[in-house]
Write a protein that binds this ligand. Structure first.
Ligand code: C5P
Length: 396
């Protein structure tokens, strides 16, 4: 039986952790809880103990708690540490390695995978400090479930609401499932790039990043370790992926090559083909139109395909956004870029792919071609991962 150490932070969403304990136990997990002092302002140790059927620990300097189960033992006995709800304060403590109560000490002492489930007010979630902390936690290998957008207990609406209990249980279950891509490292590029013109202006495109994030989620769900290199988007990194945020094509190129070696690379990003030599000061409106001198950006996909020997990922996937002769252009791109799979999609004026949740794709490899019309981007990502698994000759 897998053991979960559940750390309950102090937020109104703490009441949902009671239902979470019940649902995790129904799913066959043993749950041991640590209730923070702030968490105990929202729910009682008695209800947590009753639902988990385990003693609940709260105090770092409690003789009873330390003799029953020391904090080091508590952190090591679990198979995974789940912080739910993870408050802005708990996340900040984790980033800085603070250890001034039982929960933060356990989090610093553990050598087990840690999953955080953030829940907080939208402004707190969007605050630069929290976003900085999230980036650092992801870089430290901490997994993140949610948050999601929706109404909040404080009356506001937005991103910061805790994921639904059923989704948390599903994410924890998938954490323990070794998929066919277990042990493989995948790099995914996603979103647009921003190429600065001057300190306030940039060249961009309409990519939302939804398809790239869906591919990253599908790869992680099949067991891969995923590095998601993303241009600017409004999306949250899917559970089980490590997010590296970039702005320009050059930064994306550097981040991708830094993340090597990889077994799989999927280039979904709509990388700007050109960049401008940015002006050091904001360009002034004047009688003379400014002349933008463009130079070509590096082709990340082609650079990965061209890598020699074991540095080249075993399977490299490109996307071909086309407006005419979609299939023949995509096949030509499969050859010219020397990738293993190409995903063709129609971005002509009649299609509504950019920013939408649905897409129409053709997935083309050397030996197979499948057509997926008006499917969700999640379904398109799943279909791509199935083709990738077949191409790599792995067992599903
Ligand atoms: O040549 P084209 O831009 O149509 O190719 C699209 C594919 O190449 C996509 O997979 C895209 O992510 C990738 N690409 C890239 N770096 C570039 C341009 C495109 O990785 N500079």
């Amino acid at each position: 039986m897998k053991r979960i150490l559940l750390i309950i932070g102090g937020g109104i969403a703490a009441y949902k952790s009671l239902e979470l304990i019940r649902r995790l136990r129904d799913a066959g997990f043993e749950v041991q809880a640590v209730l923070t002092k702030a968490g105990a302002e929202f729910i009682t140790p008695l209800s947590v103990a009753a639902l988990s059927e385990q003693p609940v620990y709260s105090e770092l300097f409690s003789l009873k708690d330390e003799t029953e189960m020391g904090h080091i033992q508590l952190s090591r006995k679990a198979d995974v540490v789940l912080v739910c709800p993870a408050t802005a304060d708990l996340m900040a403590k984790m980033v800085h390695g603070l250890a001034n109560d039982l929960a933060s000490t356990v989090l610093l002492a553990t050598d087990k995978p840690v999953i955080v489930v953030p829940a907080m007010n939208v402004r707190m979630w969007e605050h630069k400090a929290t976003q900085r902390n999230l980036t650092q936690l992801t870089a430290d290998g901490v997994h993140c479930i949610g948050p999601v957008t929706g109404p909040m207990a404080c009356g506001e609406h937005g991103m910061g609401r805790m994921s639904e209990v059923g989704d948390i249980v599903a994410a924890v279950q998938s954490h323990f499932r070794a998929g066919p891509l277990h042990g493989k490292h995948a790099i995914v590029t996603a979103g647009p790039t921003h190429e600065p013109i001057d300190p306030v202006r940039y060249i961009a495109n309409r990519s939302s990043g939804k398809q790239g994030y869906a591919v990253a989620a599908a790869l992680a769900a099949h067991g891969a370790r995923v590095t998601l290199v993303s241009g600017p988007t409004n999306l949250t990194a899917p559970h089980g992926t490590t997010l590296v945020k970039v702005e320009t094509a050059h930064e994306m190129y550097e981040a991708v090559h830094k993340a090597l070696p990889a077994d799989i690379a999927v280039c979904v990003a709509a990388v700007a083909d050109w960049r401008v030599k940015p002006a050091p000061q904001k360009l002034k409106k004047s009688a003379h139109m400014p002349k933008l001198e463009l130079s070509e950006n590096p082709d990340i996909l082609a650079s990965l395909c061209a890598l020699k020997d074991e540095r080249r990922p075993a399977c490299v996937v490109g996307f071909a956004a086309e407006t005419t002769d979609i299939l023949s252009h995509a096949r030509a791109k499969l050859k010219s870029k020397s990738c293993d799979i190409i995903v063709a999609n129609d971005v002509s004026e009649t299609s509504t792919i950019f920013g939408c949740d649905t897409t129409t794709v053709d997935i083309i490899s050397a030996t197979a071609q499948t057509h997926h019309a008006r499917v969700s981007k999640t379904m398109a990502a799943d279909a791509l991962v199935q083709t990738l698994i077949q191409t790599m000759d792995l067992n599903i």
